[in-house]
Structures are given as C-alpha cells and as structure tokens.
Design a protein around this ligand. Structure first.
Ligand code: HEC
Length: 201
C-alpha cells in the first residue's frame, strides 16, 4: 500500500514538474545524432497552433491567419514550368528515406507519398491516412489544377490549416525539380498513376 502510494506520488510529482515544458522532457531523453538535431523539437507557428486542443485554437479568423501565412510563403517554379519527369517522380513517391539520423544528407530525400496515399493502382503497399490519388490526372492540367497541386505539395497548410501532410517545398524536403517530377507523376496521362488496371494486371 505504502509502496503504491509512493509510486503514485512520484508520478504526480513528475507530471507536475514537467507539466509546462514537454519539450524539456523530450530534450532530456534525446540527443543530437548526425542531421537529426534537437532544434527539431522547437515548434513553428503552424505546429504550435495545431498542437493546441481544438477548443483552445481561437476563432476562425485566427485559424485563417495561420493558413494565409502558409499561402503567402508559396514559391512557384522560377521558369514557370510545373511538370517534370514522371519516371523520376515515381521513384521519389516510393522513396521513404531522408532526413533521419541514419540517412546520408548527400543523398536526395524521398517524398514517401505511398506511406499515406494510393497512387499507381498496381502498387500493393500503401497507407490510407490520405485519400487515394489514383487517376489524379483525370483532373486535367488547367492552370487551376496545376497551381492547386503545386501549392498543396509546397505547403499543404495553405489549404488545410492543420493538415497531416508534410510541407515538401516549405520545409526543404524536396527540391524544386523533385516537386516538378512528382507533379508529373500525378498529372501526366502516361504516368502509371493514370493507367487503369486491366485484365492483364
Ligand atoms: C503523412 C501522410 C502524408 C504523406 C507522406 C503525403 N500526404 Fe498527401 N495528403 C495527406 C492527407 C492526410 C491529405 C488529405 C488532407 C489534407 O488535404 O490535408 C493529403 C492530400 C493530398 C493531396 C490533395 C488531394 C486532393 O484530392 O486534392 C495531394 C495532391 C497529395 N496529398 C499529394 C501527396 C504527394 C504527391 C505526396 C508525396 C510527395 C504526399 N501527398 C505525401 C497525407 C500525406
């Protein structure tokens, strides 16, 4: 009984001590390792906003201000060309490596799209946190579709304030050329993403 009480008190003390500084708890239990450095624990404005319980996020204007800051930071391709090579885009979508302590920073990062999305309908392994993007190219290549897709990939929070998708452009995860290639993987009519399954598959 006494032992149980002591444990309960110790837990209560620990939670009181650390209650206001979760980043201190994380900091105390982690170390810098190669490119995975502890500055990643510092939240930026979107992360700080979206980490709050919904009831504490304030009114719609506050949420829109966060979203509009994301929209204001979007950078479009300098040469005005949005679509690259879908073959390379497929490799990027399939590659889940990059930015971890065990990855070589000299290697290109992947987009890890399949972790959350179905794309090529012949690919068996994919996550379902995000919607299926199979046949995404059926949307065509109008300016609206191209600009929307680029913006979504550059900084998803520009449309959905507390989106769970990584900010591939804004966070420097993918280069401009890699983003163009992923765009082609989504939108090019020849990309496997846009080839329906047939009896031969
Ligand atoms: C960690 C999970 C995650 C990863 C990784 C991810 N996404 Fe997403 N994505 C989402 C979620 C969740 C949504 C839907 C909610 C939203 O819009 O934020 C989404 C939405 C989208 C949309 C908009 C869909 C529509 O119908 O308009 C596109 C396009 C997209 N993702 C492309 C990609 C591409 C390309 C990659 C890889 C470079 C990728 N995503 C990686 C989670 C992810």
């Amino acid at each position: 009984m006494i032992k149980k009480l002591a444990i309960t008190l110790a837990c209560a003390w620990a939670s009181l001590t650390f209650a206001d500084s979760p980043s201190e708890v994380l900091r105390a239990s982690m170390v810098d390792k190669n490119q995975a450095t502890l500055d990643r624990i510092e939240q930026d404005d979107v992360q700080a906003f979206c980490s709050k319980p919904r009831a504490e996020r304030g009114d719609l204007d506050t949420m829109n201000a966060v979203r509009e800051r994301a929209m204001a930071g979007i950078e479009h391709p300098a040469d005005g060309v949005y679509l690259g090579d879908w073959v390379s885009g497929g490799e990027i979508a399939n590659n889940g490596r990059g930015l971890q302590y065990s990855d070589n920073p000299a290697d290109p990062n992947g987009g890890n799209c399949y972790a959350c999305h179905q794309l090529d309908p012949r690919e068996m392994a994919y996550g379902t946190l995000g919607p299926s993007l199979t046949n995404y190219g059926a949307r065509g290549q109008s300016d609206v579709v191209v600009q929307y897709t680029w913006t979504k990939l550059w900084n998803t929070h520009a449309y959905n304030t507390c989106s769970h998708m990584p900010r591939f452009g804004a966070q420097g995860i993918l280069t401009e050329q890699q983003l163009k290639d992923v765009m082609a993987y989504l939108l090019d009519p020849n990309s496997p993403v846009n080839q329906p399954m047939d009896a031969a598959d």
